[in-house]
Design a protein around this ligand. Structure first.
Ligand code: SAM
Length: 243
């Protein structure tokens, strides 16, 4: 069972998240487990204060040290991650690395202007979900939880669907189509109706290369194309033979 520990001031934000859809089912099947540490429970004064002023002045508050350290003391041996816009940018590679951990994963959700730097240094790593600033780490932690959970065996019905997904091979996924065959004159690419699974796989791979080239040139540049891929890419670029 994969164990997540969430340290947060707002555990209630996770209530429906851990009980709904794929994550909820995985919890019921005991593939995933969530343990919540409410940092406010470790406040030491009668007002349950969890913020403090920054040394040196300036706008905003910092998470108060005593409750954070109190929460830390209750933690089992675990891999400690601080959710932070200053962390390393999260990606599919990081999700796959963290999915293989052999100990619980702590995701610490900051609030206010974050944590005292000496506490930040107690973490194994910092993770950012992108170059923007959120109010708190909770939504960022949900992003990390979802992407890791999809890689835990048994969580997604067909593991194949995660193998072919965007980023798993360094490329974006090919376009998907479902019924009806025509919407406002736009038809499903005929190759997908051919029943020729070999040709369909080739067409999809070409489309995957083309999408990555068009939408994420940074990923495309890193991808070393084989001769076969060059051919599939050229065909996709010319819009044939699928369309
Ligand atoms: N003053 C901080 C800074 O500039 O780095 C930002 C603090 S932010 C308002 C409060 C908390 O939200 C952070 O401590 C962090 O836990 C979380 N957070 C904000 N943006 C994030 C991001 N892009 N990725 C992960 N966590 C984020």
């Amino acid at each position: 069972m994969y164990q997540f520990i969430l340290a947060t001031l707002f555990p209630e934000l996770f209530e429906s998240f851990v009980a709904t859809s794929i994550i909820g089912k995985a919890v019921d099947k005991e593939l995933l487990n969530f343990h919540f540490v409410n940092v406010r429970d470790f406040a030491t004064d009668r007002h349950r204060t969890v913020d403090d002023t920054p040394y040196g002045g300036g706008p905003g508050m910092v998470m108060k040290v005593a409750p954070v350290l109190g929460a830390f003391e209750t933690l089992p041996e675990c891999h400690k991650v601080f959710m932070s816009p200053q962390g390393k940018r999260f990606d599919q590679g990081a999700a796959s690395r963290l999915a293989k951990l052999d100990k619980p994963l702590l995701l610490f959700c900051g609030r206010y202007e974050g944590l005292d730097e000496r506490i930040v240094e107690m973490f194994d790593e910092q993770i950012s979900i992108g170059d923007f600033v959120l109010n708190g780490g909770e939504v960022a932690a949900m992003v990390v939880i979802e992407s890791i959970s999809r890689l835990i065996p048994g969580v997604i019905g067909k593991l194949d669907s995660t193998v072919e997904e965007s980023f798993s091979n360094g490329l974006l996924e090919y376009p998907q189509y479902t019924r009806p065959e025509e919407i406002d004159g736009k038809r499903v690419p005929p190759i997908l109706l051919s029943g020729n699974h070999g040709k369909i796989a080739e067409w999809r791979h070409g489309q995957s290369l083309l999408r990555t080239y068009l939408h994420r040139p940074d990923l495309f540049e890193k991808h070393q194309m084989t001769d076969k891929e060059k051919q599939l890419f050229d065909e996709a670029l010319k819009g044939s033979p699928g369309e």
